[in-house]
Ligand binder design. Sequence first.
Ligand SMILES: NC(=O)c1ccc[n+]([C@@H]2O[C@H](COP(=O)([O-])OP(=O)(O)OC[C@H]3O[C@@H](n4cnc5c(N)ncnc54)[C@H](OP(=O)(O)O)[C@@H]3O)[C@@H](O)[C@H]2O)c1
Length: 275
Amino acid sequence: MTGLERSGEGVTGLLERYGPWALVVGGSEGVGAAFADQLARAGFGVVLVARKPEALEEVAERVRAHGAPCRVLALDLLDADATARIVEAVADLDLGLLVLNAGANTYRSRFVEADLARVQAVIDLNVTRPLELCRELGARLAARGRGGILVVGSTAGYLGHADIGIYAAAKAFARIFTEGLWLELGQVGVDVLHLVLGLTATPAMERAGLDLTGAADPADVAAQGLAALGAGPVHVVRQQAEVVARRSALDRAVLVAGNYSGMRAMLGRPSPDPD
Ligand SMILES: NC(=O)c1ccc[n+]([C@@H]2O[C@H](COP(=O)([O-])OP(=O)(O)OC[C@H]3O[C@@H](n4cnc5c(N)ncnc54)[C@H](OP(=O)(O)O)[C@@H]3O)[C@@H](O)[C@H]2O)c1
């Protein structure tokens, strides 16, 4: 049971349980902006982190229009001091909710031909920074005995992929890590959730040129995540429940090779796109 209810106005009870401040890492557009909007409507103060200052300011204006305070921090999570700067930016706030959303794939390559610096960037965005933030800010939540951590994952993390294998493996790592954190922090009153998305109509996917027919709506998946915060460790968005069930079957060779062939056929090109 989540103890949270969805209404026409969004999820009620969130502020009491996870307020008063939320940090949205990757909050300048798409799903992150939808989280910010819904949290502001619920009465949270919101801290937004991403690279593009103008996009951050646009979201901040919408947050403030709901009467909620908002701070923005423009930085690249791949910079070595990113975690320290985020921790410093929220040091004086009563932070109750951490949303780790940034992490779409940034590199495609056959692994044995890959540029290892670009491989490392995928790992840093999806693994290293989230671990650092969960260590630093999770400790604060644990000490106050109340709060939540939501990590955004992908159906790609349920099986091996050619060309985007590092992204898929990083998402799998993040999910298993989050499950363990759910066990540890649940004992001290902090809810932890891994939110698994499939294709979602975000600006990043538009820029990547993907066909977004049938893609999920960012506002819908963000609302599903907030409603499921207390029902961790994992929430697969309802649109992807069957896909994830299929991808969890035991005959891995049939599954992994079959998915690869299916994606090639669907896309009419030699290698699959991230999902
Ligand atoms: N969209 C999909 O179809 C889909 C499917 C499955 C899973 N997901 C997951 O959903 C999450 C959101 O994906 P998305 O499609 O919105 O793309 P995304 O590229 O992860 O962008 C999300 C946010 O993160 C910020 N961001 C990205 N890289 C950053 C960096 N290096 N430093 C600081 N901020 C950064 C972006 O803003 P800036 O560009 O301004 O930095 C944006 O605000 C990801 O974790 C992704 O893996 C998405």
